[in-house]
Design a protein around this ligand. Structure first.
Ligand code: ZN
Length: 450
């Protein structure tokens, strides 16, 4: 069994942050076993601790942001990617600003500096997410997809398709973390020339420059476009129409962008809090889908499971109106996954419709609502004296017919809970295809007999 690791001595980094353009100082310190990776904002009177876990992700817009009580840390993915690749389990990251330094836009400096400072093996065993069955993630509104397949070790295949001149489709496989340093760590972040004016205008990249990012040209960019960008970047720019990059920046690998996507994916999935054993395959994913996929892995690997008898102890529904058969996963207080085996003997098929049995869409929403009762564990006081009643269906969509023989999977996420009303979104799938979606609310009320 592998042992947990931390660093053997403190190590510091300093440099400008991508968003702020201000100097940010980081100090990494060893932490005891089973602590995980924890950020500590030290620029407040009282230090603020934010664990690097999926539950603390507050934004995935152009970078992964964690936060607590409105205190945030931006662009954590490159540092976390290096930490994951070094197989470090426990670490305190002190930081005096809103983001780690961007350095050269890759994770190479983090990786090499931490490695040189040395790692310390601890006594406790490492705990893993080891997948025994494939887990699939499909984005609701695009062709982005991720999956993880059982495998002996951690590996990643990434397929991307960039609208940059001379780049287009790229595919890269990292076969083992032992190849991270050689194949991934020096791949820099990037964007297109067209994105710069918008990013600079919105003050999203005050610290962005050609020193920490590769800027790709599109097929249609001209010298005129480059001249316009010049004032934003405040750098003297060279336009070379035979080059695919601004200032004819030399790439570190021909396929540097897709390798950087692997770097980001590893950083984002490190927020699972435990190393993964399995082969991950991404098609065009970004921070948002990486984080959503991480949550799905966590839900499916959790021991948040209930059989039908256990379900009956928690929710008041009974046959024939107890629609869910099993709770197969979830993250306590955040999300739940329920299963319903749709069978010929389900009472509603007698009338809906005898010759052409179809599960009524409203009963799919009802099934989501029944599953949602399992979200209230940590969110409702005196829970055993309360029940949840469906109060609003904000929107719903029935995309495919659900028929006898289908295994209906209902994934319900809590969006927010306020003044005794919970807002939730549910997605129902059969064979990994979305059959229905709903956004609904449930109100927590007292049980009649209490
Ligand atoms: Zn990145």
């Amino acid at each position: 069994m592998d042992k947990q690791k931390t660093i053997s001595s403190e190590v510091s980094f300093s440099g400008i942050g991508l968003h702020t353009g201000e100097i940010s100082n980081l100090t990494l310190k060893p932490l005891k076993e089973n602590s995980g990776i924890i950020f500590k904002r030290i620029d407040f009177d009282e230090p603020i601790y934010i664990e690097a876990i999926l539950e603390n992700v507050v934004s995935t817009n152009r970078g992964t942001v964690i936060g607590k009580n409105n205190i945030k840390i931006h662009t954590i993915e490159h540092l976390l990617s290096a930490i994951y690749a070094l197989e470090i389990d426990n670490l305190l990251i002190e930081i005096d600003n809103i983001e780690p330094p961007i350095l050269d836009g890759s994770s190479e400096i983090f990786f090499n500096t931490i490695l040189n400072c040395g790692l310390n093996e601890q006594i406790a065993d490492r705990d893993y997410y080891k997948v025994s069955e494939p887990i699939y993630y499909f984005d609701d509104n695009s062709d982005i997809a991720l999956k993880i397949l059982p495998s002996k070790e951690f590996s990643v295949t990434f397929e991307s398709d960039f609208p940059f001149k001379g780049i287009g489709k790229q595919k890269f496989t990292l076969n083992s973390l032992s190849e991270y340093s050689k194949d991934i760590s020096s791949a820099r972040t990037f964007c297109s020339l067209d994105e710069i004016s918008y990013l600079k205008k919105d003050n999203l990249i005050k610290g962005g420059s050609l020193k920490n990012a590769v800027i790709f040209l599109s097929e249609v960019n001209t010298k005129n476009d480059v001249d316009k960008i010049q004032e934003y970047l405040g750098e003297n720019l060279i336009y070379d129409d035979s080059s695919n990059t601004l200032n004819n920046t030399k790439l570190r690998y021909d396929d540097e962008p897709v390798r950087h996507k692997v770097l980001d994916l590893i950083g984002d999935l490190s927020l699972l809090g435990k190393p993964i054993i399995g082969h991950i395959h991404s098609y065009k994913s970004g921070h948002r889908s990486n984080v959503e996929f991480g949550k799905l892995i966590k839900e499916m690997s959790s021991d948040f499971k209930f059989n039908k008898e256990e379900i009956k102890k928690i929710i008041p529904h009974r046959e024939p109106f107890l629609l869910i058969d099993e709770i197969i996963g979830g993250i306590r207080g955040f999300s739940v996954i329920a299963k319903k085996n749709v069978v010929n003997s389900d009472y509603f098929f007698k009338g809906h419709f005898p010759d052409n049995p179809i599960m009524p869409g409203v009963l799919i929403v009802e099934s989501m609502a029944q599953a949602s009762c399992f979200l209230s564990f940590d969110n409702v006081k005196n829970r055993n004296k309360k029940m949840m009643l469906l109060s609003v269906i904000n929107s719903s969509k029935f995309i495919k017919k659900v028929i006898p023989g289908d295994e209906l999977i209902l994934r319900v996420k809590l969006i927010k809970i306020r003044l005794g009303t919970a807002n939730m979104v549910g997605v129902a799938t059969v064979n990994n295809q979305i059959v229905a979606k709903a956004n609904f609310m449930a109100t927590i009320v007292d049980k009649n007999n209490e």
